[in-house]
Design a protein around this ligand. Structure first.
Ligand code: CAA
Length: 240
């Protein structure tokens, strides 16, 4: 039977590419989205991948949504915690609301997505947790105190889960994309974006599919011994 993969924020941007790539590899894929019904419907129509709507920042909603997927499709073997938002502002202008929204989605959202599937993975002796962090969690970023804090925190989650899951056949790894050609990056003011691209040795933004290929590898049986690691895919912009 095909393994089941859950991709949060899986109908747009990097998540869309991940959902499609996993489906192409033969996984049963469920994609979540937070708000854009129209885009989600178009995505399902085009790909045949079912979508489920909930706010990853809400634990009870995540738990209920995951229970529904497991009932309709089957036990979740692979979690790709991809849903993320930005609320960029220099620190002196950042509001507590901008801080909290990003924490709720990008950091607590990972807890809320992994926690409900973890007991089942432990029982079955197999699991893949793949968290989409960011280059800005590694290096920090002007205007992103909130976002960088969550993406660095995501790396702490992964490194800890890796140690807790290893004996049960569960791996947890992170991918740190650099600047990828998605709506999120296109929302950065054009002048700022141009100066960012100048600092990418590859001379271009990444493509969502380049991140999806990393996910496909980490989801596979072959990646069992890779645990707690971070794959950087950023065109040479930053090394750890
Ligand atoms: N480094 C140093 N100084 C900077 C700067 C930078 N990167 N960006 C702006 N500044 C300076 C400006 O030059 C300006 O200086 P002066 O007042 O002396 O002229 C000052 O900061 C304030 O600038 P603004 O008035 O433009 O500030 P703002 O309130 O309009 O907001 C910002 C600025 C929101 C931070 C904007 O610069 C921005 O959006 N930056 C991009 C942040 C970014 O990279 N976000 C990534 C989004 S994509 C993503 O997150 C995906 C991923 O994982 C990679």
């Amino acid at each position: 039977m095909a393994r089941v993969a859950l991709v949060t924020g899986g109908s747009r941007g990097i998540g869309e590419a991940i959902s499609k790539a996993l489906k192409a590899e033969g996984y049963e894929v469920a994609a979540t989205y937070a708000g854009n019904d129209e885009k989600a419907a178009a995505f399902t129509e085009a790909t045949g991948i079912k979508t489920y709507k909930w706010n990853v920042g809400d634990y009870e909603a995540s738990k209920a949504g995951i229970a529904k997927i497991e009932e309709e499709i089957g036990p979740i073997d692979i979690v790709v915690a991809n849903a993320g938002i930005t609320r960029d502002a220099p620190f002196h202008k950042m509001t507590p609301e901008q801080w909290q929204e990003v924490i709720d989605t990008n950091l607590t959202g990972v807890f809320n997505t992994v926690h409900p599937v973890w007991p089942g993975m432990r029982e079955r002796g197999f699991g893949r947790i793949i968290v989409i962090s960011s280059i800005n969690g590694q290096k920090g970023q002007f205007g992103q105190v909130n976002y960088a804090a969550t993406k660095a925190g995501d790396l702490g989650i992964v490194k800890s889960l890796a140690q807790e899951g290893a004996a049960k056949g569960i791996t947890a790894n992170a991918i740190c994309p650099g600047y990828i050609a998605t709506e999120m990056v296109m929302a950065v003011p054009e002048k700022v974006r141009e100066s960012i691209i100048k600092n990418i040795p590859a001379g271009r933004l990444g493509e969502p599919e380049e991140i999806a290929r990393c996910v496909v590898f980490l989801a596979s049986e072959d990646s069992q011994f890779i645990n707690g690691s971070t794959i950087s895919a950023n065109g040479g912009q930053f090394f750890v």
